[in-house]
Design a binder for this molecule. Structure first.
Ligand code: FMN
Length: 278
């Protein structure tokens, strides 16, 4: 497990001080987009087009193809991939199908810690390494604008609580020692799936940790980094023998209230559900 990391800078949301401005800017395209892209219980049906996709065979067919082909261009064949052999050579990189059917077994806290560390923890610092410490994913400007929260039973009592993953000391900070099943069910679409997942990792963006330097582009960097963490966490879960599914269907305001974050400078991006596959 990593040594304590004390050199990672945590920018407060008083970001405008870094922009040499007295006040926060009045117009903020990233903030407006982020707000407009949130899921709310009442409007979620309007914000997604799932029903139309199911009902329209032509749309489903073209959506299923999912990748571009340019048949008018010359083709250079690549050596065939022997999936059996290549899968054997790269077992850690062949992603399993998403899992949506978990056993009720709680995941051991030691392994949960390992999964968090493998996805967004801090690597032990080499004597000669300049701060900040390296992390499992690359990060624009090494600014690491994400924060992970864990909703799981880590006490072995059968009660799920909500914890912030503190990467400096590799500890969980208890935000709520108990989050009841009803509250979890109300947090998003697919309530049965949400309640059945032994662990949920919430990936939140603290945008100004990147934006103070990269401004609007920093917002894009935070989204990309969340994708990298999803992948890393999914593969880490797989290596621990767990199933995982990235999960967007949470109502942002519910998550942000639970995490006690403001939903503007520090806001929910996506989740990953974890558990042993049934
Ligand atoms: C950003 C993102 C959000 C997702 N949100 C959900 C979700 O809310 N519910 C769900 O059941 N699956 C969700 N998924 C999983 C996808 O449906 C799944 O990855 C896709 O169907 C491909 O299947 P596979 O992962 O089994 O290969 C999400 C995946 C990603 C990357």
């Amino acid at each position: 497990m990593p040594d304590a990391v004390s050199s990672i800078t945590v920018f407060t949301p008083r970001y405008w001080e870094f922009l040499n401005e007295d006040e926060p800017p009045e117009e903020d395209l990233a903030e407006e987009f982020h707000e407009a892209s949130k899921f709310h219980r009442v409007t979620m049906g309007r914000e997604t087009n799932g029903r139309r996709l199911q009902a329209d065979p032509e749309l489903s067919r073209s959506a299923a193809i999912g990748a571009r082909e340019l048949p008018h261009l010359p083709r250079i064949p690549l050596p065939a991939i022997d999936t059996e052999r290549e899968g054997g050579d790269h077992p850690a990189l062949i992603r399993n199908a998403s899992c949506r059917d978990f056993t009720t077994e709680a995941l051991p806290v030691e392994q949960l810690g390992r999964a968090l560390w493998l996805s967004y923890g801090a690597y032990p610092k080499h004597e000669s390494a300049a701060p900040p410490a390296r992390r499992p994913v690359a990060s624009g400007g090494a600014l690491y604008p994400l924060e992970l929260y864990l909703l799981a039973d880590v006490s072995g009592t059968g009660r799920k609580g909500l914890y912030h993953y503190n990467i400096h000391d590799h500890v969980l900070e208890e935000v709520h020692d108990e989050v009841g099943e009803e509250r979890i069910r109300r947090m998003g679409a697919q309530p049965d799936l949400l309640a059945s997942a032994p662990a949920i990792v919430l990936i939140n963006g603290l945008f100004w940790r990147s934006r103070f330097k990269y401004r609007l582009r920093g917002y894009r960097f935070a989204l990309m980094e969340a994708g990298a963490v999803i992948q890393q966490l999914t593969l880490a879960a797989q290596s621990l023998g767990w199933g995982a599914v990235p999960f967007a269907g949470l109502f942002d305001d519910q998550v942000e209230e639970l995490c006690e974050i403001d939903g503007v400078d520090h806001s929910f991006l996506n989740a990953v559900l974890l558990g042993r596959p049934r």
